[in-house]
Design a binder for this molecule. Structure first.
Ligand SMILES: Cc1cc2nc3c(=O)[nH]c(=O)nc-3n(C[C@H](O)[C@H](O)[C@H](O)COP(=O)(O)O)c2cc1C
Length: 363
């Protein structure tokens, strides 16, 4: 049984859409829990006023009846409330009447660090907006909604996934992080940081070493690198392991199959080993600066400054929620692959039977 996710939607278009296939029938979903995650994604120190404007909530168009999945494609929608200001500029059809609202003039000032320049060159666009609208991280909202569904599925197996911001602009304590954001804002600059996602309750045996695309570490890395602005991923002690000796890098096995440490972050050979999963992602500083970077006007060919569009100073707390959703989705995918089943009872039953087969294994 394979879990699949397809999304569509532009940053200022009418809505973001996700279609999820491969869910079992009978999974209970809670609208408030999905909306709570959407709300969490919009919070965080250093976000722009757009976050207050949006107040995301999920709509379900298909695949759910009376709060339970039907085992058919689940269609989720998150509307872009800001679209009201872009009705002419982001009209899916040729707009009628005089240009009004935002997005009426072509953008010709590509921002370094965004899809702007590569996107117009690749697709032959003459308006940078045609590239930046989809490349924007706005559509992470609908990924968070899909992640909330994945978390509901994982909870049926006793698996919990949680993300948190570990560093912002090199600062680790909450007060220091806030001070770093305030200082960057005052300088009209931006910051990046590090997020950490942990998952507990994972059975050993999710993922496989059989082929590289089945390795759970590879899948998680791809899922995290698939998020805008993520430039590095590590599992367990990750990059630090490179400088250690073997005697200080692995997790010795004690009687009772307990581990003395968890440097591997819960994964060995691409397979979960029953310990807590620990992954981290590094986020680059956001590329839209209020003090714009140097660029070139694509219209005149002259040196110019990059587009300034309303933007966050830092979005590390939001990334923690998006990364949590991405990890939850990959774990749910791996669990569906291992335990299958058309109904939630079949799925949970297969998980229980597997744990009964390995009663001495860590969990
Ligand atoms: C949750 C989240 C919010 C973001 N918000 C902004 C933003 O307000 N301004 C900005 O310039 N980039 C923002 N980004 C980063 C850009 O979307 C990203 O850097 C850009 O699309 C280029 O992709 P790349 O960094 O992966 O190369 C955000 C990323 C995430 C994950």
């Amino acid at each position: 049984m394979s879990l699949r996710l397809v999304t569509a939607g532009e940053s200022h278009g009418p809505a973001l859409v996700a279609i999820l296939t491969g869910l079992p029938a009978g999974l209970g979903l809670d609208r408030a829990a999905i909306d709570a995650d959407l709300h969490r994604r919009q919070q965080g120190y250093g976000r722009s006023p757009r976050q207050q404007l949006e107040q995301d909530e999920v709509e379900v168009l298909a695949g759910l009846r009376h709060g339970r999945t039907l085992g058919t494609p689940l269609a989720l929608v998150v509307r872009n409330r800001d679209h009201a200001n872009w009705v002419w500029g982001m009209s899916p059809w040729p707009p009628e009447g005089d240009p009004t609202g935002k997005g009426t003039k072509p953008v010709t000032l590509p921002r370094p660090g965004h899809a702007d320049l590569a996107g117009v060159l690749k697709f032959g666009h003459d308006d940078v907006r045609d590239a930046l609208e989809r490349a924007s991280a706005r559509h992470t909202a609908v990924h968070v909604a899909a992640g909330a569904v994945a978390k509901a599925l994982l909870q049926e197996l006793g698996i919990e996934v949680a993300g948190r911001e570990a560093e912002i602009g090199g600062a680790t304590g909450e007060a220091e992080m806030r001070a770093a954001v305030d200082a960057a804002r005052a300088d009209r600059d931006t910051l990046g940081g590090v997020v950490e996602v942990r998952a507990t309750g994972l059975p050993p045996g999710l993922g496989s070493y059989s082929s590289k695309e089945d390795r759970l570490d590879a899948r998680l890395a791809a899922a995290l690198m698939g998020i805008q602005a993520v430039k590095g991923v590590e599992v367990g002690d990750g990059f630090e392991l490179a400088g250690r000796r073997g005697s200080e890098a692995h997790d010795e096995i004690e009687l009772g199959l307990r581990r003395r440490s968890n440097r591997a972050g819960g994964l060995e050979a691409g397979v979960s080993n029953g310990e807590e999963l620990v992954v981290r992602a590094a986020m680059k500083p956001l590329p839209t600066l209020m003090k714009p970077l140097d660029s070139v006007d694509l219209d005149t060919g002259e040196a110019a400054q990059a587009l300034v569009e309303r933007s966050d100073v830092a979005a590390v707390e939001a990334l923690a929620v998006v990364a949590e959703a991405a990890v939850a989705w990959e774990l749910a995918r791996a669990a569906r692959g291992k335990f299958g089943g058309d109904s939630i009872g079949d799925f949970v039953g297969a998980h229980r039977a597997y744990l009964d087969r390995i009663p001495w294994a860590p969990r």
